[in-house]
Design a protein around this ligand. Sequence first.
Ligand code: ATP
Length: 513
Amino acid sequence: MAKQEDQFKKVLSHAKEYGYVFQSSEIYDGLSAVYDYAQNGVELKKNIRDYWWKAMVQMHENIVGIDASILMHPTTWKASGHVDAFNDPLIDNKDSKKRYRADVLVEDYCAKIEGKIDKEVAKAAKRFGDAFNKEEFVSTNGRVVGYQEKINSILSRMASSLEKEDLADVKLLIEELGIADPLTGSKNWTEVKQFNLMFGTQIGASAESSTQVYLRPETAQGIFVNFLNVQKTGRMKIPFGIAQTGKAFRNEIVARQFIFRMREFEQMEMQFFVKPGTQKEWYTNWKETRMKWHLSLGMGADNYRFHDHEKLAHYADAASDIEFKFPFGFKELEGIHSRTDFDLKAHEEHSGKKLQYFDHEENKSYTPFVVETSIGLDRMFLAVFSNSLKEEELENGTTRTVLKLPGVLAPFKAAVLPLVKKDGLPEVAREILNDLKWDFNVFYDEKDAVGKRYRRQDANGTPFCITVDHQTLEDKTVTIRHRDTMEQKRVAIAELKDIIKAEVAVKTWLQKM
Ligand code: ATP
């Protein structure tokens, strides 16, 4: 646990030190759970968004994008169920005055039991060596099976109490499990209450004529209300999808995990409209496709798992999360939901407008069913960033900090470094830079010894360093150094573009899907 916390602290300080993420309005001591992306962070975030957009929109001829407004007609949120049901169960500790999500306290308790399972598995793996069969072990070892049964019974009781709105039982569960305030150890809890997560505001000039509106808590509804407009003007045939990326706002009760849970964040969502009855097939299909997208980035299959939901949201007939192993354990990164025809039907009812699709093959109209894939851009940023940050021991006994970002996502693809600041080397370096920058984001650095500059680029995540030296003036060759292997090669300037492209092009990575 301490190791995990240390790793997470390193992630936070590296993100700040290297210009990836700053606290919002830091000079005023920040605003809780609100962050700004800095000069490198904005590039990484844009590259993740592009990688998603290309995979979802550009590579699918039946998926198109939109960009809807953050403010929407307030009835949207009545229809979607957010006004009445977008709540989290909160609980306060009377001694520490700290506020928690009751369900998260219980989930964290279960994560601790899961930690015990992991320990048993690690011990057994060591004992049995190559002959170790993890699946068999976890399904037959008495202690592990007992732990797993305990987790299942706790989670299913909580799911059923939340479903029935039996908040008293959620509190009872917390008491029975002896869950204490993680910060102070106090078990002096208030009752569990529901808390609506939407931010409200007013639209209009005067108090009398103003209307209550909300900052959207998800981007999906902007897609649903535009469904027919897009279908008609784009002459889309079912099955088809509408994708969107954009800001969403939630007044989260507990927001203590950096950019994992923010009050203002960005989502990348795609709603896929299908013929009723085919939704299960498409749901399975999108689960697979989305997992392949994650795996294409090469961050390790062991770091992902599906978590199929027991408690389904009011609109869903199936739901699963893709969980990622963050520095603080496995947590939701993306949700894949089979949303039925709930949203379109609800908007038909509240707006009085038909939102149906006429199927020429079947010669009838129907309300399509929807399968949604929804991923948090900031969470994806944290997954990529934390997974890429490594401390490496080198052969000469020193260590280096290296940010092994997938090349396609790295803010800068290469840094051009004149060996010395004289003899015409900076001029040649700038010529190379000026040529490369038409195709890639390239960095120029001439300050300090070249070894130091290499380290700086390693920590910054730049895949290549290109060094211009005196030989360059004679034969138009440079040294290109690879971030991960630290291997250096002498190549012709004319070859640089192809070398960089082979490593960082979207195609190189997406083709792995
Ligand atoms: P959680 O259970 O963690 O609160 P959720 O199930 O409410 O998440 P969804 O409504 O399914 O999340 O939203 C889809 C995605 O949006 C999530 O998988 C996550 O990546 C992202 N997301 C949701 N809430 C936040 C937040 N407060 N900050 C950052 N990303 C978020």
